[in-house]
Write a new protein. Structure first.
Length: 142
C-alpha cells in the first residue's frame, strides 16, 4: 500500500471519529434540553468547555449586588430576605441533593417545587412566606 493511501485511510478514520463524536454530543445536548449554539457544540467536540455557572456562586454575586443597593432602592429588610433565601437554598441543596452546590442551568420546575416543599415541611415556613421566598429565589436567578 502506498503512503498516500495509508494517510488517506488514517485521515478518513479520524474524520469518522470526529463525526461520531459530534453526533453523540449533539444528541446529548439536545436530549438534555439545554439550549446551545454551534460554537458551544464545536468547543465541546474539541474538549473546550466553559465551567458551568453554579447556583451558590451566582446567588452570592447577586447578594453583593443587592448589598450595594441597600438604602438606595431596596430596604435592609429586603436584603435580609435575600440572605435568608441564600442560606435556605444552601441548606436545601445539601439536604435534598447531598451537594454543596448545584448547576444553575439545571434549576427547573421540579427543583423549585422541591424547594417550596422543603420550606414548608422542613423549615416549617408558612405558605405565603414560602411563596415570597420562592419568588425571591426566582428573581435572584432571573
Amino acid at each position: 500500500m502506498s503512503s498516500i493511501l495509508k494517510k488517506s485511510i488514517s485521515f478518513n478514520k479520524n474524520l469518522d471519529l470526529i463525526k461520531y463524536k459530534a453526533i453523540q454530543l449533539y444528541d446529548e445536548l439536545k436530549f438534555n434540553g439545554i439550549p446551545f449554539t454551534m460554537d458551544e457544540l464545536v468547543n465541546k467536540i474539541k474538549g473546550v468547555e466553559e465551567k458551568p455557572v453554579l447556583l451558590i456562586e451566582y446567588l452570592n454575586g447577586r447578594k453583593l449586588e443587592l448589598k450595594e443597593r441597600v438604602f438606595v432602592d431596596i430596604s435592609s429588610k429586603t436584603y435580609e430576605k435575600y440572605e435568608r433565601v441564600l442560606r435556605f437554598t444552601l441548606d436545601f441543596v445539601a439536604v435534598e441533593f447531598k451537594l454543596k452546590n448545584y448547576p444553575l442551568v439545571q434549576i427547573d420546575v421540579k427543583f423549585l417545587e422541591k424547594f417550596f416543599q422543603y420550606l414548608r415541611s422542613t423549615r416549617k415556613i408558612e405558605n405565603n412566606t414560602s411563596v415570597k421566598y420562592l419568588g425571591a429565589l426566582c428573581k435572584s436567578s432571573a
